[in-house]
Design a protein around this ligand. Sequence first.
Ligand code: PCA
Length: 227
Amino acid sequence: MVSLTKPAASRLHAVSRSVLLTGFDPFGGHALNPSWLLAQNLHGSRVAGHRLVAAQLPTVFGHSLVMLRALVRQHRPSLVICLGLAGESRAISIERVAINVDDARITDNAGYQPIDEPVVEGAPAAYFSSLPIKAMRAAINAKGIPAEISQTAGTFVCNHVFFGLMHLLATDPSLQAVRGGFVHVPPLSEREGTGLPLAQLVEGIRTGIHTALTADTDIREEGGSLS
Ligand code: PCA
């Protein structure tokens, strides 16, 4: 007899109407990491019918990724955005590409300093973000909040987590529908004099999430850099 019910596979691969938002603990002499403050601020709120779930990752190679993989499998979110601090940044920096390299200038919070090691042995050299990065930048800028496309997430723990996330989403067939990417944030201007105020960062990230949940395709706008 012909069954009219949906195949079990599509039920198995269902993702929830939630967004996983991660931030990091303080590292490298910073007293506070605004990425975690931001994620906490947005925890429990709703954007485009999705519930935001925040989790903190340790600024530690390896362990951060083990935790992220467990969080993705636990929550099965429709969207994963990992946030991190870029101390020199003055805008919300939406990352384009994650590379398969750990090359640390300083030790991580567990005292580890990998040099020229792959994030995942045998994996591709790089993955692109699956977020609509230009549409997110446009929407955030339209609110008067500085946002830019970044062509490198560096080679420290943020790139490590970004690469590990994209590799997980690319290789686990049950996570094929999940969008993911990484956004670096500047310091809090209230605390450090430079950067952006917390209220603008919260509004900027909320706007970026809304765009990532609602834009089917990205927009085409200039965004390269000359160096
Ligand atoms: N920024 C670091 C790691 C943790 C964070 O918030 C980075 O850019 O790699």
